[in-house]
Design a protein around this ligand. Structure first.
Ligand code: PHE
Length: 445
């Protein structure tokens, strides 16, 4: 069943798709908000360290397992654990799949907000003021309309397959995103007040760097941002030709993702201070007002204060977020779809509809019980499920999977001196580091 698998047709196609998965609301919305709340430069500093020490190795492990198996995450983890317990591996894969569905349930809601705000700017530009106001105001009706629209957009791309859908669209959308981001940064940095934000963001306060809350926030952010631990990167790895030099690809994906998060900080944090300069209250007791909702209140007002030019900037900004969210959505959707197609022998079309229907139901549940479920889903996924999955990946590549594993098998390491070193790092150091942080999460929660 795995012989006729669809695949990425080029290395750059793979890198763009994986970077498309990584780069999303987590970078452009989550990272700057977290950085602004956690001391700016200090957060940036810790984030970079955690990304290098833990998130990058975890991404490597996830992609490596998928690439070797050339199968969906459930089957791939089953294969990698076959000597110990295939069932254990498959269950871990299914847990990741559940994580992907959970991620989609809240992510499509937030992505729907982005889409609504983009359309709000557009409709105002066209003179439909009432409609524009409705689109900019959060309401159940708006959620009920835009969440399904977003699910359908993702389904339409997934349905077209790996090469024609994921690879082509990621390659088209990612460069647009980069260009828009650069343009917006250039604009915002010329506004009064921007330099205050810039210095908060770029000059770390080192007394904050060891604050456990900050470290945990940075780790959760790094895992979420690199899309690790739900199988999305594993399934993309499986669509790449076997035995490619994964190390370099993982480095490129991490660099791209981190670069976009950094750039988003260059945009959002100065933008907050520009808003402050213009008389808006942005911080209260050193924390951003309204947590993650800030972008939806402060930024549109800021854009409005720029006149009709602001509407174009607002449209650009929220379109950028919608595009970034779409390429992330499709990688999570691909996890259950690939599983259903390969292991349950369902057609791609049917699998896409089935998964979309499940995501639809669970996101509607979240909308219905928003106050109880929304935050809980995000917390459970990012602070428990994703770190646990990563720990499992480290244990798989470091301990459970021996034959054919170049990190463990001396015969496969010839001429590559760094491989045994890298293997030992993933085997010993990463699980310990991750466990230390994880225990802290449990205690602090
Ligand atoms: N990395 C994506 C972002 O930063 C979110 C994501 C998480 C995507 C997990 C896929 C899997 O927005």
């Amino acid at each position: 069943m795995t012989t006729n698998r669809d695949s990425f047709h080029s290395r750059i196609g793979f890198v763009l798709a994986a970077a498309g998965s990584a780069i999303g609301l987590g970078n452009i919305w989550g990272f700057p908000t977290q950085a602004a709340n956690n001391g700016g430069g200090a957060f940036l500093f810790v984030y970079l360290i955690v990304t290098l020490l833990l998130a990058l190795p975890a991404l490597y492990a996830e992609i490596y397992i998928g690439n070797q198996a050339q199968k969906n995450p459930v089957a791939a983890l089953g294969d990698a654990c076959s000597k110990v317990s295939r069932r254990l591996g498959r269950n871990a894969g299914l847990a990741g799949l559940l994580g992907a569905i959970m991620m989609l349930s809240f992510y499509t809601i937030v992505a729907g907000w982005m889409l609504a705000h983009a359309l709000s700017a557009l409709t105002e530009l066209l003179g439909f003021i009432e409609l524009s106001q409705w689109l900019a105001t959060s309401s159940i009706e708006r959620n009920l309309m835009f969440t399904p629209i977003f699910i359908l957009l993702g389904a339409a791309i997934i349905h077209q397959g790996v090469n024609k859908g994921i690879e082509k669209w990621s390659a088209r959308l990612m460069p647009v995103l980069l260009i828009m981001l650069v343009g917006l940064i250039a604009y915002i940095l010329q506004q009064p007040g921007a330099e205050k934000g810039l210095s908060l963001y770029l000059i770390p306060d080192f007394s904050q760097v060891t604050n456990p809350k900050l470290v945990i926030a940075a780790m959760g952010q790094a895992f979420f941002s690199l899309s690790i631990g739900v199988g999305g990167m594993m399934v993309y790895g499986s669509y790449m030709q076997k035995d490619k030099d994964i190390g370099k690809l993982v480095l490129s994906i991490t660099a791209l993702d981190t670069c976009i998060a950094f750039m988003a900080g260059l945009l959002i944090i100065p933008a907050l201070f520009v808003a402050q300069e213009a008389g808006q209250q942005v911080f209260q007791n050193n924390e951003l007002i309204g947590e993650g909702q800030l972008i939806f209140h402060i930024l549109p007002e800021l854009f409005n204060s720029m006149g009709s030019m602001g509407l174009i900037v607002g449209f650009g900004f929220f379109s950028l977020l919608s595009i970034a969210a779409l390429t992330s959505t499709i990688s999570s959707t691909e996890v259950p779809v690939a599983y259903l197609v390969e292991d349950k022998d369902i057609s791609r079309r049917k699998a896409t509809w089935l998964v979309s229907a499940v995501v639809f139901c669970s996101s509607m549940l979240l909308i219905a019980f928003f106050d109880v479920l929304f935050g809980a889903f995000i917390r459970i996924l990012t602070t428990i499920m994703q770190p646990l999955s990563c720990l499992f990946y480290f244990i798989v590549v470091g301990w459970l999977w021996n034959r054919g594993n170049k990190l463990r098998d001396k015969g496969l390491q010839k001429g590559r001196k760094w491989l045994p070193l890298w293997g030992n790092y993933l085997r010993f150091v990463c699980p310990v580091l991750l466990s230390v942080v994880f225990v802290n999460v449990a205690i602090l929660n």
